[in-house]
Ligand binder design. Structure first.
Ligand code: DAL
Ligand code: ZN
Length: 251
């Protein structure tokens, strides 16, 4: 027995004398560390492969989620090319003149713009501002019926109720005081008023909502301008602006 024990001790001593790097038999803790590293490596490789394989399903799922909350899916919110706009509550409206209301944040910019144009010898007329959803309903269905149009045709020139920029109080239709025959006509584009607006409206935070060949496929409306001079106004038109930037709407 003594002999066996001594032999064991000798083996242990001998092993310890061989430099670590030259030993044929690795110590046990070295082997288990290698196993752990190998397992982690295999785990990372296989989970990356699984993720790559499933990523198309994930992205489909996440686009469904964003569609539901409406925050990331401007094109799904459209109705016949128009984005939904809530009706501004009465407390935010102010009379520009009797029967003509606009969002109160718009008033000062409108007046400044009109004065600046007048100084340049151009006379802007404000034709319409805030429009309630009820009035928009009348306009849309009445005219649709009178003109014997189907909704798709009507929506090219008029927003369905709940989808008009006029409901926000931030949109105004503008004419040229000296060329009233061009009111609400594409010929408004050849008036001094329109040329002045194209050059100067951005100074007063007004933007042409429906330029020629707009991404929403709404008819060209050179008379229709919207105010984007506050964060609230910008938020209202975020989807419209984003769609114009992304050009992600169906052709
Ligand atoms: N006139 C445009 C289409 C609107 O009401 O938003
Ligand atoms: Zn308009």
């Amino acid at each position: 027995m003594k002999f066996v024990n001594r032999a064991k001790e000798a083996r242990i001593e001998n092993t310890d004398e061989i430099p670590f790097a030259h030993r044929k038999i690795r110590p046990r803790n070295f082997i288990s560390a290698t196993r752990i590293y190998l397992t982690i490596f295999l785990f990372i490789i296989s989970s990356s492969a699984i993720f790559l394989f499933l990523s198309p399903f994930f992205s489909q799922f996440s686009s469904k989620l964003t569609t539901i909350d409406g925050s990331n899916s401007s094109k799904d919110a459209l109705l016949l090319g128009h984005f939904p706009y809530p009706e501004v509550s009465d407390e935010y409206l102010i009379d520009l003149y009797p029967g003509f209301k606009v969002h109160k944040d718009t008033l000062s910019a409108l007046l400044k713009m009109r004065s600046a144009a007048a100084k340049d010898g151009v006379y802007l007329v404000f034709l319409s501002g805030f429009r309630s959803v009820d009035l928009q309903r009348e306009i849309f269905y009445e005219n649709k019926s009178i003109r014997n149009q189907i909704a798709i045709e009507r929506a090219k020139v008029s927003a369905p109720p709940g989808y008009s920029e006029h409901a926000t109080g931030f949109a105004v239709d503008i004419g040229d005081r000296d060329m009233r025959k061009t009111d609400f006509e594409t010929s408004f584009e050849s008036t001094p008023a329109f040329r002045w607006l194209l050059k100067n409206a951005a100074k007063y935070h007004f933007v042409l909502s429906f330029p020629k060949d707009n991404i929403q496929k709404v008819s060209y409306e050179p008379w229709h301008w919207r105010f984007e001079g506050t964060v609230e106004a910008l938020r209202q038109f975020e989807a419209a602006n984003r769609s114009a930037i992304d050009k992600e709407l169906p052709k």
